[in-house]
Design a protein around this ligand. Structure first.
Ligand SMILES: NC(=O)c1ccc[n+]([C@@H]2O[C@H](COP(=O)([O-])OP(=O)(O)OC[C@H]3O[C@@H](n4cnc5c(N)ncnc54)[C@H](OP(=O)(O)O)[C@@H]3O)[C@@H](O)[C@H]2O)c1
Length: 229
């Protein structure tokens, strides 16, 4: 992982963002935890440094400062806050940035079940994000099907990450980020519109977790080795 190209995790104080930050910090990345509250971001960054080792390069900033300080932005906020936050951050997101969207439009956002999803007019949460980012910013959908609880642990994971984007180079960069998480293989999932399927899988996994009391992930089998990178 490039130690000189920072990755900012917006909403990185929650379990999903913190888990990704921990894994990438351990892989030698430069990580900026973003939050609405700079103090909370700094506290989370300190917790990650404690876990990842003294050489870990992790800092914490208010979300718009984090956007200005990085051109790889990972969005890990609840669906109900995704659009509002992106509108607020639009002026701070620089042209040429990559926005990695992990948002799942769970019905829990409106008081429904976490094992059901909401219809999104644009097709998916990631496609909604693509409508809201400034021109010249590529959106990549990824990390929807990874358990935050396992990300926040110390063991290698046992799952694949399906990465969808209309920008092939951005998709490749995010697949490389995904493979820095031990045990994770990344699969090119094609265009951003396929994120509508990937997001739905999370609701199924949550239902399986409730039913079987586990931390389900997915593996895609039967593809040639070249597909898994
Ligand atoms: N949890 C999982 O296993 C998992 C796995 C894959 C994908 N995801 C997806 O990743 C996203 C984050 O999941 P999570 O479990 O980490 O969520 P979360 O804990 O509910 O929220 C993450 C962070 O979002 C920020 N946030 C909350 N409400 C906000 C608002 N109104 N405006 C701006 N920021 C707000 C908060 O940070 P501050 O208060 O510090 O600003 C919070 O710590 C969700 O869309 C989820 O569907 C989750």
């Amino acid at each position: 992982m490039s130690p000189v190209r920072p990755v900012a995790i917006l909403g990185g104080t929650g379990p999903a963002g913190m888990g990704l930050g921990l894994r990438w910090a351990r892989a030698g990345g430069t990580i900026i935890i973003g939050s609405r509250d700079a103090h909370r971001a700094q506290e989370t960054a300190a917790k990650i440094r404690e876990r990842a080792g003294e050489h870990a390069n992790v800092s914490g900033m208010e979300n718009s400062e984090a956007c200005a300080a990085a051109d790889i932005l990972v969005l890990t906020v609840p669906f109900e806050s995704q659009a509002g936050l992106l509108k607020q951050l639009k002026p701070a997101i620089t042209e040429g940035s990559i926005l990695v969207d992990a948002t799942v439009p769970l019905a829990a956002s409106v008081g429904g079940r976490a094992s059901r999803t909401l219809g999104v007019w644009q097709g998916s949460a990631a496609q909604q994000a693509a409508e809201l980012v400034p021109k010249g910013v590529s959106v990549v959908a990824a990390f929807h099907n990874v358990s935050a609880e396992l990300l926040g642990g110390d063991e290698p994971l046992d799952c694949d990450v399906i990465v969808c984007s209309d920008d092939a180079d951005a998709g490749q960069l995010v697949r490389e980020l995904a493979t820095r998480i031990p045990g994770v293989r990344a699969v090119d999932g094609g265009k951003l519109e396929n994120s509508r399927i990937v997001e739905q899988i999370t609701a199924l996994l949550i239902g399986l977790n409730i039913r079987h009391k586990g931390h389900a992930g997915i593996r895609i089998t039967g593809l040639p080795p070249d597909a898994y990178r």
